[in-house]
Design a protein around this ligand. Structure first.
Ligand code: ADP
Length: 281
C-alpha cells in the first residue's frame, strides 16, 4: 500500500545559515505514515516534534529532503490546498484556533476556502459537528464553549474538509481530564473510521493508546514501533526525561529479573498473564 505521508531524508532549521548542520532542528528524518494509522510522537522539549508536525501539511517545507502527501511533494507549486485538505492540524491552545464568532461559521471557514457549494457545506458542517459530539451547536458562540469543546470544534473544522489524516500537536495538554478524555474518544472513533491520527503528546498514557509510537531526540527519530515494544526500552526512554506507562515499566522490570512475561499494554491481559504464570509456578 502506498504510504499516506512520506518524510524522506528531511533536514530542517529555522535559521540554517547561522548553525552547523549537526545542530539543525531536524536531522535526516525518514518516516512513513500508512493510511489509517494511529501514531503517537513523544520526545523531550525541543526535540523537533512540532516542527515535524508542521512539515506534514506544508506549514513548513524541508530545507533538504522531501515530504510527500499521497505522492505529492508538499512544496509542489499549486498543491498547498490539496495538502492542507488531506492533512489537518489541531494545535495546543484551544483559544486561538478559531476565526469566526459562531460554531457554524467557524467550521465553514475552511470549506469556503475550498470552494465547496453551500448545500454541501451545510451538510458537511452538521456531519462534522455530530462526529465530534457537538450536534446541533452550530449557532453557539465559540467564546462560550469550554476548552474541550473548542478543541472538538477545531477537529470538526478539519473533519469537514474530509481529511486523510489529523495531526494533534499537544492538543489535549491544556484540557481538564474530562475534556481530554472526550477528545481522545472522538479521535479513536475517527481512526476506527479510517482517518490516520498523528498525536504529539507528552503523556505516556496517551501514547500507549496509539498503535505505533515514534520517539524523537535532538532532531532524530530514535525509536519507532508498537507501544508494547517501544516502552520495553524503559531506561532509554526515562533517560530522555519521558514517562513510561506503568504496565510497560512493571513488565520491563519483571523481565529483567528473569520473569518471562509477554509484553502487553492491556491491563486485563496483563493480569491474566501474571495469573497464569503464577499458577504454573
Ligand atoms: P518540540 O515540539 O519537540 O518541543 P519544536 O519543533 O517546537 O520541538 O522545536 C525544535 C527546536 O526548534 C527548538 O530548539 C526550538 O527552540 C526551535 N524552534 C521552534 N520553533 C521555532 C521558530 N518559529 N523559530 C525559531 N526556532 C524555533
Amino acid at each position: 500500500m502506498r504510504p499516506l505521508i512520506e518524510v524522506e531524508k528531511v533536514w530542517f532549521d529555522y535559521r540554517p545559515e547561522e548553525r552547523p548542520r549537526a545542530k539543525w532542528v531536524l536531522r535526516d528524518v525518514t518516516w512513513k505514515i500508512a493510511p489509517g494509522e494511529y501514531v503517537a510522537v513523544i520526545g523531550p522539549n525541543g526535540s523537533g516534534k512540532s516542527t515535524l508536525a508542521r512539515l506534514l501539511n506544508g506549514l513548513l517545507v524541508p530545507k533538504e529532503g522531501r515530504v510527500r502527501v499521497k505522492g505529492i511533494p508538499t512544496d509542489a507549486p499549486g498543491k498547498l490546498w490539496m495538502v492542507r485538505q488531506a492533512v489537518g492540524m489541531v494545535f495546543q491552545n484551544p483559544d486561538n484556533q478559531h476565526v469566526a464568532p459562531t460554531v457554524r461559521e467557524d467550521v465553514a471557514f475552511g470549506l469556503e476556502n475550498l470552494g465547496v457549494p453551500r448545500e454541501e457545506m451545510l451538510r458537511r458542517i452538521d456531519e462534522a459537528l455530530e462526529a465530534v459530539d457537538l450536534p446541533g451547536m452550530g449557532e453557539r458562540l465559540v467564546h462560550q464553549l469550554s476548552g474541550g469543546q473548542k478543541q472538538r470544534l477545531s477537529i470538526a473544522g478539519v473533519l469537514a474538509m474530509r481529511p486523510d489524516a489529523i495531526v494533534l500537536d499537544e492538543s489535549t495538554s491544556m484540557l481538564d481530564p474530562a475534556g481530554r478524555r472526550r477528545v481522545l474518544e472522538v479521535m479513536q472513533r475517527l481512526n476506527d473510521e479510517g482517518i490516520a491520527v498523528i498525536h504529539i503528546t507528552h503523556s505516556a498514557a496517551e501514547a500507549a493508546r496509539a498503535r505505533r509510537v515514534t520517539v524523537m531526540d535532538r532532531g532524530r527519530i530514535v525509536l519507532d514501533g508498537p507501544p508494547e515494544q517501544v516502552f520495553q526500552r524503559d531506561e532509554e526512554i526515562r533517560r530522555l526525561g519521558l514517562e513510561v506507562p506503568v504496565l510497560a515499566e512493571l513488565t520491563a522490570r519483571l523481565r529483567r529479573r528473569g520473569w518471562p512475561l509477554p509484553v502487553t499494554m492491556e491491563a486485563e491481559r496483563w493480569v491474566e498473564e501474571i495469573w497464569r504464570s503464577l499458577s504454573r509456578k
